[in-house]
Design a protein around this ligand. Structure first.
Ligand SMILES: [Zn+2]
Length: 438
């Protein structure tokens, strides 16, 4: 269906190669040292917790179960659920998902108090994610608790949860606007109390990769336990921050499908996969079923009705009928993620896809599309489509028909069907011409 979908595998970097034509020496190498976890990280998938905070989200029980099963099949390490104290239904859904026997560990996310912790344990979860605001903003304008009170309560709750045999994570909220000395002494205390993980949360989405790197690196020197990170995307840094956190020694990244969450959400699972399949291809491809990403995103996108106008273009409906709710520029699964349009790009892509693709669409069960229906197309791309359609033409003929396509595309938008018709009728004219001369 796609012009130029190429099986060209003469290039070692295309089909399963570890590195997609990275030069031997480049200033853009990932930072890797003995603390970096870019080759060894875990995903805490929070579509069913953070994602429930997305403005459009309403997950009924059946949808929650379907999403949990799809996430489990994809291979996420943990699935985080809404607090059981949020509502009666939340409690029951939490119990139900715990009883499904999934490979992923089930977590729930609760406030750091004994009542919430007991409700969490009663649902049968594998682990409890405790959270409390530590920034001066939250201490003054939200819960009003002092750092001394926060630490004392945290230790009591952690000891209770440890006694119940569940995993414990302790996270501050709004970590990047908390006092560093307060934060580190609190984490040191909860680490000594035996938590499995401490969490850093950029709750307002204001952190940059440099800030993340510095804070995680500092924290890595203070605690022995794992470090989980949670990044909101208000300033567009959520994926970059996750990568920086792993480089600095974080072990766990919170994600949600398509990034849905409070306001404009958190690190998207698919975008993180796109980032990490480039940084750590063997690890990511062996651990996660990348070919299931698109179906997972469609499931969630349809459940919350993420609609973008750009998705209404005719060729989207032709080429990707299941993705109307996935944003057009979504990494990997957006309709133009592997679409090549400019003539100069198309020529190179047809010769060797890694010239203009950092990710191999085949790793995700997808294919590339070389657009030939525009004024900026080139004759190499058109020739590829001519070959796909089984039409015999000389290079001069392809150049002639390319000129016709460009002429028409200067006047109005063309769909792929229009271009195919031009190619077929041009070919028929050529054949008729030859017949007439015989
Ligand atoms: Zn959040």
């Amino acid at each position: 269906m796609c012009a130029g979908c190429s099986g060209n595998s003469t290039d070692n970097g295309i089909n399963g190669g570890a590195v997609r034509h990275r030069p031997a020496s480049s200033p853009y190498q990932s930072v890797t040292d003995y603390l970096s976890n870019v080759n060894n990280f875990k995903i805490i998938e929070s579509t069913l917790r953070e994602g429930e905070q997305f403005a459009n989200a309403f997950f009924d029980t059946q949808t929650k179960v379907a999403i949990a099963q799809a996430l489990d099949s994809f291979g996420v390490d943990y699935i985080e659920l809404t607090s059981p104290v949020a509502s009666e239904k939340s409690f029951k859904d939490c119990q139900l998902i715990c009883s499904l026997g999934l490979k992923a560990k089930i977590l729930t996310h609760v406030r750091c108090n004994m009542e919430d912790a007991k409700a969490a344990v009663a649902t049968g979860v594998d682990g409890v994610d405790l959270v409390i605001g530590t920034s001066s903003f939250l201490r003054e304008f939200s819960h009003g608790k002092s750092m001394e009170y926060i630490q004392k309560t945290a230790i009591e709750v952690i000891e209770y949860l440890k006694g119940e045999g569940v995993e414990v994570r302790f996270s501050s909220e709004d970590s990047f606007r908390s006092d560093l000395v307060d934060l580190l002494s609190l984490y040191k205390a909860v680490d000594a109390a035996g938590v499995q993980r401490v969490g850093i949360a950029d709750t307002v989405g204001g952190a940059t990769p440099r800030m993340v790197y510095d804070l995680v690196r500092t924290l890595r020197g203070v605690v022995h336990c794992d470090i989980e990170t949670h990044f909101h995307d208000d300033t567009g840094c959520a994926v970059a921050n996750a990568h920086a956190a792993l480089e600095a020694g974080a072990t766990h990244i919170d994600t949600s499908v398509l990034g849905i969450g409070e306001r404009n959400g958190i690190t998207p699972l698919g975008a993180l996969m796109a980032r990490m399949v480039v940084t750590a291809p063997e690890y990511v491809k062996s651990k996660y079923k990348l070919r299931e990403l698109k179906a997972l995103e469609v499931l969630v996108a349809d459940a919350v009705q993420i609609v973008r106008r750009a998705e209404l273009f005719l060729f989207v409906l032709l080429f990707s009928p299941l993705s109307q709710n996935i944003p057009f520029n979504n990494p990997v699964t957006g309709f133009c993620a592997f679409t090549h349009k400019a003539g100069i790009h198309a020529k190179a892509i047809l010769n060797n896809p890694s010239t203009y693709e950092i990710i191999n669409p085949e790793d995700f069960g997808l294919s590339r599309y070389v657009s030939i229906s525009s004024r900026i197309t080139g004759w190499n791309a058109v020739k590829s489509r001519v070959d796909q359609l089984g039409l015999e033409m000389t290079d001069d003929q392809v150049k002639e028909v390319t000129a016709k396509i460009k002429q028409l595309a200067d006047i109005r938008p063309l769909a792929i069907d229009d271009t195919d018709s031009i190619l077929r009728s041009f070919h028929a004219e050529q054949v008729e011409g030859v017949m007439a001369r015989l």
